[in-house]
Write a protein that binds this ligand. Structure first.
Ligand code: MG
Length: 433
C-alpha cells in the first residue's frame, strides 16, 4: 500500500467506526419531543417530556415538574428545547446536558433546570432501555437493597402530633417528619387571623412570629419524645421561616431531641449563618429544597456546614446533576435527602430513586405515595412498603405513561397563576418560604 493511502486509511478508520456505532449498537437520533401536561384527575400540575428516537418503540420519559410555573416550563420545552433537540444523538447525555444548559445563555434558573431535567431523565431512560438495565445499574449498581423514606406526620396539638408519629410507625416507617399546628409550614409560630397588635387597616390573616415559633417547636418535640421515645428518627421542616440568631437558637434548643435533621432552618439568602449554627449545636441540618444553582450548596458541602442536601432532582437539572452532587457529598461526608412529597410526580421520584440506590452518599428520601389512579396512568411507578421505596426493576427508569389517560385530565388555566402561598408577619411584611 502506498504510504499516503496507508496514512489515509489509518486516520479515517476509527472516526468512521465511531460515527456508525455506539458500543456495537446502531446509531440513534432524536425524532420528536412531546410535552405531556396533566392534572392526573387531581390538583397536580405535572409536566413530562417524552423523547422519541429513530428506533421504533424506543423513547424516554422525564419530569419537568414545576408546580408554580408549569405553563412557563411547557412553553420553554415546546418552543425552545424541542426545535433544538430534534436530530441530535440521545446517546451523548453529558454532552447534551452541557450544551442544553449553555443553550439558554443565562442558566441555572428553575424553569431552565426543569426543562433540562425533563430532557436528562428521558435520555437516561432511553439509555437504560437500550442497555436492557435499570438506570441504577448504569450508575454503578445497587449500593443498598432499597431506599428508606421518611413519612409525614403532624398535628394541630401535641396529642395529635404523637398520634401522627405512632400512625407512621405502624405503617413501618423508622423516619418521620413532624410538623405542628395550624397553617402548615410555620405551624406553632402563627398568630390567629385578626388577633395580635396589627397596624390600622393592615393585614389581618395568619401572622408568623419567629420567637413564638422558636419557643413552641422544642416543647412539641419534648412531648413527642416523652411519649414515643427515641426509637423513631424524627425531623422537622422550618421552611426557611427563620432569620439569623433565631435559626441558631432553634438548632440549639432542638439538640436534646436528637433529630435526624432540622430542615431549611434558614432561607437561601442567609446560608452564612450555618457557620454560627455549627459552633453551638450538633442538631443535623438538611438544606436546599429551594436551591437550583450548584453554587448555593457548594460552600455548605465543602465546609461541612450541613448534613443533608435536600434539592429536588427536577429542579437542579436531573439525574446527571444529582449524581454529581451525590459524589461531591460523598467526598465531604455529607448525605443526600432528595426532596419529594407533595406535588411531585412519579418520574421525579424514580429519578431520585436511581441515584439514591446507587450512591454511597444516600441518607434518606422523602416519601410520596400516589393513588391507584396515578399507578394506572403511570405503570411502573415506585411503591413504598414498610418504609422503603421500590422501583419496578424494569429497564430505564422503569415507568411509562398512558398518554390517553393523561390527556383525559389536561392541565388547564391555573387559578391565580399557581403562585406559592405568601406568609406574612403581624405588620404585613412577607415571610420567606
Ligand atoms: Mg422542605
Amino acid at each position: 500500500m502506498e504510504r499516503r493511502k496507508l496514512l489515509k486509511t489509518l486516520l479515517a478508520a476509527p472516526v468512521a467506526a465511531a460515527a456508525q456505532t455506539s458500543g456495537g449498537l446502531p446509531p440513534l437520533t432524536i425524532k420528536d419531543v412531546k410535552v405531556i401536561a396533566t392534572s392526573g384527575g387531581r390538583q397536580y400540575r405535572w409536566v413530562f417530556l417524552k423523547i422519541i428516537t429513530s428506533e421504533p418503540g424506543l423513547y424516554g420519559i422525564g419530569s419537568a415538574g414545576n408546580h408554580y410555573q408549569a405553563h412557563a416550563v411547557i412553553a420553554a420545552a415546546e418552543q425552545h428545547l424541542k426545535p433544538w433537540l430534534i436530530g441530535k444523538n440521545p446517546d451523548r447525555i453529558e454532552d447534551l446536558w452541557q450544551a442544553a444548559q449553555m443553550r439558554t445563555y443565562w442558566r441555572n434558573g428553575p424553569v431552565n433546570n426543569n426543562v433540562l431535567a425533563g430532557m436528562d431523565m428521558a435520555l437516561w431512560d432511553i439509555k437504560g432501555k437500550r442497555a436492557g438495565m435499570p438506570v441504577y445499574e448504569l450508575l454503578g449498581g445497587k449500593a443498598r437493597d432499597a431506599v428508606a423514606c421518611y413519612d409525614h406526620a403532624g398535628g394541630r396539638d401535641r396529642e395529635s402530633a404523637v398520634a401522627g408519629v405512632q400512625a407512621s410507625m405502624a405503617k413501618g416507617f423508622r423516619h418521620i417528619r413532624v410538623q405542628y399546628g395550624e397553617g402548615g409550614y410555620g405551624g406553632g409560630g402563627f398568630i390567629p387571623a385578626g388577633q395580635g397588635n396589627r397596624p390600622e387597616g393592615g393585614y389581618q390573616g395568619l401572622a408568623f412570629d419567629e420567637e413564638m415559633y422558636v419557643d413552641t417547636i422544642p416543647q412539641v418535640f419534648e412531648y413527642v419524645r416523652a411519649k414515643v421515645g427515641f426509637g423513631p428518627k424524627l425531623c422537622h421542616d422550618v421552611h426557611s421561616h427563620l432569620s439569623g440568631m433565631n435559626a441558631v437558637e432553634l438548632s440549639r434548643r432542638m439538640q436534646p431531641y436528637q433529630l435526624l435533621f432540622l430542615e431549611d432552618v434558614l432561607p437561601p439568602e442567609h446560608i452564612a449563618y450555618y457557620r454560627h449554627i455549627r459552633q453551638v449545636a450538633t442538631t443535623p441540618q438538611a438544606v436546599g429544597e429551594v436551591f437550583s444553582h450548584p453554587y448555593e450548596y457548594l460552600p455548605l458541602i465543602t465546609e461541612r456546614l450541613i448534613d443533608y442536601v435536600r434539592c429536588r432532582v427536577s429542579a437542579i437539572g436531573g439525574i446527571t446533576q444529582a449524581k454529581k452532587i451525590a459524589t461531591l457529598c460523598e467526598v465531604f461526608g455529607v448525605k443526600t435527602a432528595f426532596q419529594e412529597g407533595g406535588e411531585n410526580d412519579p418520574v421525579n421520584q424514580l429519578a431520585a430513586y436511581h441515584v439514591d440506590i446507587s450512591s454511597t452518599a444516600f441518607g434518606i428520601q422523602e416519601e410520596n405515595a400516589f393513588p391507584e389512579a396515578v399507578h394506572e396512568m403511570m405503570p411502573g411507578a415506585a411503591r413504598i412498603r414498610n418504609g422503603y421505596l421500590y422501583g419496578s426493576g424494569k429497564p430505564g427508569l422503569g415507568i411509562d405513561i398512558d398518554e390517553k389517560l393523561a390527556a383525559k385530565y389536561p392541565l388547564g388555566e391555573i387559578r391565580g397563576g399557581g403562585a406559592y402561598r405568601t406568609d406574612r408577619a403581624l405588620d404585613g411584611s412577607v415571610v420567606k418560604p
